[in-house]
Design a protein around this ligand. Structure first.
Ligand SMILES: Cc1ncc(COP(=O)(O)O)c(C=O)c1O
Length: 365
C-alpha cells in the first residue's frame, strides 16, 4: 500500500475517534471492544440458509446465531419460535411484513404517521396497500383514528411501534388487538422494537412482546447492544414461519431468510455482548441511560428550552441551530430534535452539550 493510502486510513480513523465524542442523536451505543473476535475476520464465514439447519457451507457460526435467538426468545417470552439474525431493523421489518402478506395477501397495512420510514418502503416493495393512522402528541398511535379506519376491514396487518424513532413512543399492542377483535377483523400484528426491544424488558412491565398476540418482532443489534456492523434479530411464531420455506439442494438447507448469503460475524458480536454483559449488566446499562435522560431533561427544562419530552432513553426537544445539530449529530424532523442517552454517554458530555445550547441562547438577538 502506498504511503498516501495509509495516511488516508489514519485520517479517517482519527476523524471517527473525534466524532464519537459528540455522538448524541442516533441510538447506537459506541462503547464496546470486540478485539477477541478479530481473528474470525480471517475466514470467509457465511451463515447462508436457515439458522436451524447445518447447510453444505461449513464455515459458519450458526450455533452462535441460535444462542442469540434463544436469548431473545426468552426476553420476548416465546417458546415456539423461529427467527434469524438480519442486517438491521429494516430487513427484519421486511421479513415481518412479508410473512404477514403471505398470511393475508389482500390485507391493508395500518401504522401510525410516526412509524419508521422502513415500513412504508417495505410495504411499497411488497406491493401492499397501506393506511396511515394519526398519532397522538407524544407519538403514540391515535386509537380512535385507528378504530375508525380499521373497523370495516375483514383482515388487517398492523405495525406497532415499540419505541418510535423520534419520540420513543410505545403503541399499546393489546389495545390494538382488542380493537381488531371487537370488529371481528382477522389480524397480524408486527412489533417494531428496533431500539426499545433492548430497553423495555429491563426496566418496565409493559407487555409488548409475545405475551400479547403479536406474530413477529424486530430488534436491532447495533443500537442499544452496540456493534460496529449493523445487525438485528427478527423472531416470529413458528406457525408463521412454517408456511414460508423452500428447500435448496445447492446450499443443502431451506431458503427461509430474505438474504441468501448472510453475515456470520455479527452473530459472534451479539453472542459475545450477551455473554460479557448478561441480563444484570443490560439492566444496569438501561437504568444508567434512563438516569442520564432524566438529567438531560432537567437541564433543558431549567434553562427554559422548549418542547422537552422524554420516553425512557429518548429526549426530544425544540430543534437547535444547524451548527449544534451537526456537531452533536442530533436526529431531527421538522421542529423537533432528539438525543438518545446510551451507555457510552456521560453527564460530563451532556454538560458540554447544554453549555453550547446556553451559549446559543445568549447569542440570540
Ligand atoms: C423504530 C425503528 N424501526 C426500524 C429502524 C430501521 O433500522 P435499521 O436502520 O437497522 O435498518 C429504525 C432505525 O432507526 C427505527 O428507529
Amino acid at each position: 500500500m502506498k504511503q498516501t493510502d495509509r495516511k488516508r486510513l489514519d485520517a479517517a480513523y482519527k476523524k471517527l475517534r473525534r466524532l464519537k465524542t459528540t455522538f448524541l442523536g442516533y441510538p447506537c451505543d459506541a462503547e464496546f471492544n470486540y478485539e477477541p473476535l478479530y481473528r474470525f475476520l480471517s475466514f470467509p464465514i457465511n451463515n447462508v440458509g436457515d439458522p436451524f439447519e447445518q447447510s453444505n457451507y461449513q464455515l459458519q457460526t450458526k450455533s452462535f446465531e441460535r444462542e442469540v435467538l434463544r436469548f431473545f426468545s426468552k426476553l420476548f417470552h416465546i417458546k415456539d419460535y423461529w427467527g434469524y439474525i438480519t442486517n438491521g431493523g429494516t430487513e427484519g421489518n421486511l421479513y415481518g411484513l412479508y410473512a404477514a402478506r403471505e398470511q393475508f395477501p389482500k390485507a391493508r397495512v395500518f401504522f401510525s404517521e410516526h412509524t419508521h420510514y422502513s415500513i412504508k418502503k417495505n410495504v411499497h416493495l411488497l406491493g401492499m396497500k397501506y393506511t396511515s393512522v394519526k398519532a397522538q402528541k407524544n407519538g403514540e398511535i391515535d386509537y380512535a383514528d385507528f378504530e375508525k379506519k380499521v373497523s370495516k376491514q375483514k383482515q388487517a396487518i398492523v405495525v406497532a411501534n415499540i419505541g418510535s424513532t423520534l419520540t420513543g413512543a410505545i403503541d399499546n399492542s393489546s389495545k390494538l388487538h382488542r380493537i381488531l377483535k371487537k370488529h371481528g377483523v382477522e389480524r397480524y400484528i408486527h412489533a417494531d422494537a428496533a431500539l426499545y426491544g433492548m430497553v423495555l424488558p429491563f426496566i418496565s412491565d409493559i407487555l409488548f412482546d409475545f405475551r400479547v398476540p403479536i406474530k413477529s418482532i424486530v430488534v436491532s443489534g447495533h443500537k442499544f447492544m452496540g456493534s460496529p456492523i449493523p445487525c438485528g434479530v427478527v423472531l416470529t411464531r413458528k406457525s408463521v414461519a412454517n408456511t414460508l420455506q423452500n428447500y435448496i439442494e445447492y446450499v443443502g438447507a431451506h431458503d427461509t431468510t430474505l438474504s441468501g448469503s448472510r453475515d456470520a460475524f455479527t452473530p459472534l458480536i451479539m453472542w459475545y455482548r450477551i455473554k460479557c454483559i448478561g441480563i444484570r449488566g443490560f439492566r444496569k446499562q438501561v437504568a444508567y441511560s434512563c438516569d442520564l435522560a432524566q438529567y438531560l431533561v432537567k437541564k433543558l427544562r431549567r434553562m427554559g428550552w422548549k418542547d422537552v419530552h422524554s420516553s425512557y432513553i429518548t429526549v426530544s426537544f425544540k430543534r437547535p441551530s444547524e451548527r449544534v445539530v451537526k456537531k452533536w449529530e442530533l436526529a431531527v424532523q421538522g421542529d423537533i430534535a432528539h438525543a438518545i442517552c446510551l451507555p457510552h454517554d456521560t453527564k460530563k458530555q451532556l454538560d458540554l452539550f447544554i453549555k453550547e445550547l446556553e451559549e446559543e441562547c445568549n447569542e440570540a438577538p
